[in-house]
Design a protein. Structure first.
Ligand code: PGA
Length: 228
């Protein structure tokens, strides 16, 4: 299975999000997905767009899966401003990006908090896409129970490559993928993220289980170029 995961970050609103799906539907009509390749196409929009995009996806028969970009480390309750798994019921959410470097950097999220979020996601049956870079690869693993290793997806996201246009070559990514599989589990799917485009995507799909994409996931045209 190959995962193509689009991280919209704090981009798009309801109108532009729906327009994205409409355009993607048109692009898939003229260039249908290859049926003999097992691929999961996931979009992670901002929380407020989820309900309507999920309905639109079903109406158009697009077969996109949805994820969110963060989650409360607490269950439902008195945690003002937090979004927990229970709040996401019936919105078609299957994945959750956790521990993105932007959250570690700007919101000072710690590996321990992120570990707690992984647990909340797994309890609710959401699949965590846990973002790591080499400096905290082991520190993040230490916050988890080893029984969780095979239940998650890891995204290797080198800081120097995120949003910079300076993607790492697949030759430099390959040994890190191996290291991550050794630290977590050989069964854990590992994605690469950092300035992936339609031109570079296939080199990563050759060496790992998929890609996590920011900038190139924002228009239907550039997103459609990421999968077969
Ligand atoms: P980018 O973002 O593709 O724009 O580099 C990747 C990410 O932040 O996951």
């Amino acid at each position: 299975m190959k995962y193509i995961v689009g991280n919209w970050k704090s981009n798009h609103n309801l109108a532009t999000g729906v327009e994205f799906l409409t355009q993607l539907h048109e692009l898939e009509a003229s260039q249908p997905r290859l049926k003999d390749i097992e691929q999961e196409i996931v979009i992670c929009p901002p929380f407020p767009l989820l309900g309507q995009l999920n309905e639109e996806n079903n109406r158009l028969g697009l077969d996109l899966k949805f994820g969110v970009q963060n989650l409360s480390s607490y269950p439902a309750g008195a945690y003002t401003g937090e979004v927990c798994t229970q709040n996401l019921a019936d919105l078609g959410v299957q994945y959750v990006i956790l521990g993105h470097s932007e959250r570690r950097r700007y919101l000072e999220e710690t590996s321990v908090q992120i570990g707690a979020k992984v647990t909340q996601a797994l309890i609710a049956g959401l699949k965590p896409i846990l973002c790591v870079d080499e400096p905290y690869l082991q520190e993040q693993a230490d916050t988890l129970d080893s029984s969780q290793f095979e239940q998650i997806i890891i995204a290797f996201e080198p800081l120097s490559a995120i949003g910079t246009g300076q993607s790492l070559s697949s030759e430099s990514v390959a040994p890190v993928i191996e290291k991550i599989k050794k630290t977590y589990s050989a069964q854990t799917p590992v994605l690469y993220g950092g300035s992936v485009t339609g031109e570079t995507v296939s080199s990563y799909l050759d060496i790992c289980d998929g890609v996590l994409v920011g900038g190139a996931s924002l228009t239907a045209t550039s997103f459609r170029q990421l999968y077969m």
